[in-house]
Design a binder for this molecule. Structure first.
Ligand SMILES: [Zn+2]
Length: 458
């Protein structure tokens, strides 16, 4: 019989999104959560606040709720030819998409020419703008307060608790989780969440996970304490103490899940650090005999086990987290530096997956759009990479796309892409623009590419 892990009731249960649906493309569920009190209500209590505050990040990573049609909107100041406009944006490319823009000081308006003449009632008052050559600058204010807000700490506690329970098939209420349940449901009691401020730990994980992934990692400390480390979009890493003493029924205590923005995932489940170590050693080494009662092991040269490169990193992380307690709950200079480095990686790199390319094409090559001419005076690294991808698709002889063909086209067109993360700096941005603009027919090639991408169904 299934029972709620918060209160133990056995009726009106629901599937809880362990990570709110709006924050991930790779959903994970816990089925033992009652529908109203411990699922629906959390949304208003703390999840909505976090989701809204992170809308710029989810836009950058092309993450949206599976229920909603649109991407979450975020506020930006867009400076067009020196005048500021406060706008709510859903994506990058919809600034001029049919609407009337009013400047922040209320002295200027931008819209389509016909509409502008109608509003001004005098053609002489209207000045034409060429959107392909004007200077546009977009500024987004990123406030890192949300990352240290109690709503965030409650949401992370919920994620850690529900994930750990689901990996241990927990049904019903266990008093060992009393403290964390109290904090999640009321915001009272000791905050079990702290923020990791060791730069090397971030670097270690960066090597292993994809850009923008959520990573969850559970370890057992002495005396049965369970800590869950959560890396949120790879931006910040948190440690959540789930319990001081795990219930005996919880057998899986060395756990790892990576949830990627392309909705794929990577997972390890072991009873303990020790068991993971045994498995890793057995599969990667073999015995070549005994000397003085000691077994001699040598590495296998054949195929390594899946995730072979992940294990040593997890062992190092586990060793660190078991030995070191150096976390904080308030921002400091050290952490701000980490945060902005990680944020820069996310906003300057493009993941180039089906979802982001389709979204870009739908927003840019909508019906009735003007011929695309690249604006040499505006910098938008993500858009340039996506334009270049569309351009490559347009040039390619392939008519029908699928994931494999797209990756092949991109790989051949961007030699640098054989790295996991493709960072676009100013130089790369200019180079890609230049390649396209030197092609007299690039506008037409873009249309061909966009059409192929629009025709690409499931
Ligand atoms: Zn409940």
């Amino acid at each position: 019989m299934n029972k709620c892990i918060y209160c133990g009731i056995d009726h009106d249960l629901s599937e809880s999104d362990i990570i709110p649906d709006a924050l991930t493309n790779a959903r994970i569920l816990n089925k033992n959560v009652c529908r109203i009190e411990h699922n629906n209500k959390f949304s208003d209590m703390f999840e909505s606040k976090v989701i809204n505050a992170l809308s710029f990040i989810t836009n950058e990573l092309d993450i949206k709720s599976s229920k909603g049609k649109k991407y979450a909107s975020y506020e930006a100041v867009v400076t067009i030819e020196g005048t500021d406009y406060n706008l709510k944006l859903h994506g990058d490319n919809e600034i001029f998409n049919g609407r009337v823009l009013k400047s922040a000081d209320n002295t200027q308006m931008i819209s389509s020419y016909d509409q502008a003449v109608k509003i001004a009632k005098d053609e002489n008052m209207v000045k034409p703008l060429d959107v392909n050559t004007i200077k546009i600058e977009k500024k987004i204010k990123i406030n890192n307060e949300i990352f240290f807000d109690i709503s965030m700490y409650r949401m992370l506690s919920k994620i850690a608790f529900e994930w750990y329970c689901s990996k241990n098939s927990i049904s019903g209420y266990y008093s060992e989780f009393n403290d964390i349940i109290k904090f999640i449901t009321t915001g009272e009691g000791t905050n079990p969440v702290s923020v990791i401020q060791e730069e090397k730990i971030y670097e270690m994980l960066n090597q292993q996970v994809n850009l923008g992934s959520h990573t969850l990692f559970a370890i057992e400390k002495e005396y049965g304490e369970i800590d869950v480390i959560i890396s949120l979009f790879g931006l910040l890493m948190y440690k959540v103490k789930v319990t001081n003493k795990r219930p005996d029924i919880c057998k899986n205590n060395f756990l790892y899940t990576e949830l990627r923005t392309d909705s794929s995932r990577n997972e390890l489940v072991y009873h303990s650090y020790y068991e993971a170590e045994q498995k890793f050693a057995e599969d990667n080494f073999m015995s070549v005999g005994m000397i003085n009662g000691m077994t001699l092991m040598v590495p296998k040269v054949m195929m390594p086990i899946p995730n072979a490169e992940l294990y040593p990193i997890l062992f190092n992380l586990a060793k660190y987290f078991i030995a070191v307690d150096d976390d904080i709950t308030m921002p400091n200079d050290r952490l701000n530096k980490i945060f902005f480095t990680q944020l820069k990686n996310i906003t300057q790199a493009s993941t180039l997956q089906k979802k982001s390319i389709k979204r870009f094409v739908n927003e840019t090559f909508y019906q009735g759009h003007e011929k695309i001419r690249l604006n040499p005076y505006t910098s938008n690294k993500k858009a340039v990479v996506l334009f270049y991808a569309v351009y490559l698709v347009g040039k390619s002889k392939e008519e029908i796309l699928d994931d494999r063909i797209l990756q092949k086209i991109l790989r051949e067109g961007l030699q640098n892409l054989n790295r996991k993360v493709f960072i676009v700096d100013d130089e790369m941005e200019n180079k890609l623009k230049q390649i396209m603009m030197e092609d007299e027919k690039y506008s037409d090639v873009l249309e061909v590419g966009a059409q192929k991408i629009m025709n690409w169904q499931k």
